[in-house]
Ligand binder design. Sequence first.
Ligand code: SF4
Length: 238
Amino acid sequence: MSELSRGNRWLQRLGDGMRRHASVIRAAQWLVVVFYAVLLVLPAMLPLPDSQARLLDNLTLLAQFLFWGIWWPFVLLSMVLFGRLWCGVLCPEGTLSEWASHYGKGLGIPRWLRWGGWPTLAFCLTTLYGQLISVYDYAQAALLILGGSTLAAVGVGLLFARGKRVWCRYLCPVSGVFALLARLAPVHFQVDEPRWKANAGPRLPPPTARPCWISGVCAAPVTVMPAAGAADNATRYA
Ligand code: SF4
């Protein structure tokens, strides 16, 4: 058996296990949401650290380190290694937007929102504004930029299509960058629809988005693919 097919079988087992244990993934997602909220909100309520403050005895500095020194590089690295796995499994903003969409108005996706330039425009504006207000240095600035983005994601979830990640598909400021990085990934996380349908219960409707974004539900078989194949699939939507 070639290394590729052995790797695929192992990953398919992993994907099937994720599908069967979607509730564990959902629980992990909400843990990430809580962790994200604590890291974002608590430091913004504390006074600025003085010049003697150190990482281990100051929550603001610790949160900055965890956010920008560990969390963000980990997310970028995960894109290069596993494609959009972060988006489908752990991203707190995607989780919250999807959760909100279940309770939303379901107004339908307006035409202006489908404009393909929103993620790039939003990425440029938030990066520029983030630099102007020193988002890496001040917890209030991070709360404004990241918290504002999360509130917008929840708002979009509440307004438009039910049970779908409209924010992720059309608006998320980092989705363009992530899609580019995911092109490099040797392992690609997506729905394999024939395998999904062929699976024994629990029978869930096949997810409709590629790459796989519907949390937990979308934990479908993952596949080792050559980079070019991964690139094709990363930009394809059902
Ligand atoms: S597209 Fe953006 S908001 Fe959606 S899951 Fe990915 S990183 Fe999170």
